[in-house]
Write a protein that binds this ligand. Sequence first.
Ligand code: SAH
Length: 244
Amino acid sequence: MMNRMETDVKSRPVMFVSLGPAEMELITLKGYRHLMQADVILCPATMTGNGKASSRAADILRGLDAWSDKIELFPVPMSKDRSAALPVYDRMCEAATAYHRAKRRVAVVAEGDAGFYSSIHYVYEKLHDAGIPVLCIPGVPAFIACGAVAGLHIVRQDERLMVIPGNTTADELAGLLEAGVTVVVMKPSLCADELRRFIVGHPDHHYHYFENVGTEAEYYTHCRDELPDRAFPYFSLMIIRKTR
Ligand code: SAH
């Protein structure tokens, strides 16, 4: 019987490497090893308003100069409409397939964990369905890194956790917190007004708010009064706990 490492080498799957939220050192040793061994690293980027491609994943990789020559960026248009991004992910699939068939070692990267609110999973599924071997290397999701920044015990003992990707209301939050559920709000810009309404109406809960954790622009506050005025950029997140 082959062990996992030998299987990897034999079938040379396209590796989906989770990079962690921003800090180079939060890549796992396994992810790091596969990035080092990769011939090519396919990396999603975001098309910004000025027509440039910006990529948190590429920023993380750039911490390692030696790899810059093997990174291929795939700029994804910024849109709430997912269909605009699909042709780019399709091109990523085509590139990964071509490299795989040419016996090159391919890594596809994603910030945070590649299986947690990560649109790159579309590429994983499409390759898998087409019979291309794929393997995912787990990583540190942003909310876990945020909890560490604040020194939080995010959930303890019999507590429950709800992770919400920005689609919530003040009423829903009130019900969850009342039931003692700890809530992680990702993409808070998608529910900014509801979130502000909830915060103002429930001053007693513990609010932990984070921006760009692990970067030079990192910002953390647990001061409720600062929150209604924050703009909630894309890389921000809130953890709300009931006061006990
Ligand atoms: N796969 C990622 C999540 C991607 S969804 C993961 O495992 O964490 C993008 C959301 O993640 C952002 O809107 C934000 O809520 C959160 N996020 C990602 N990186 C972050 C960071 N460095 N600081 C704060 N929030 C972050």
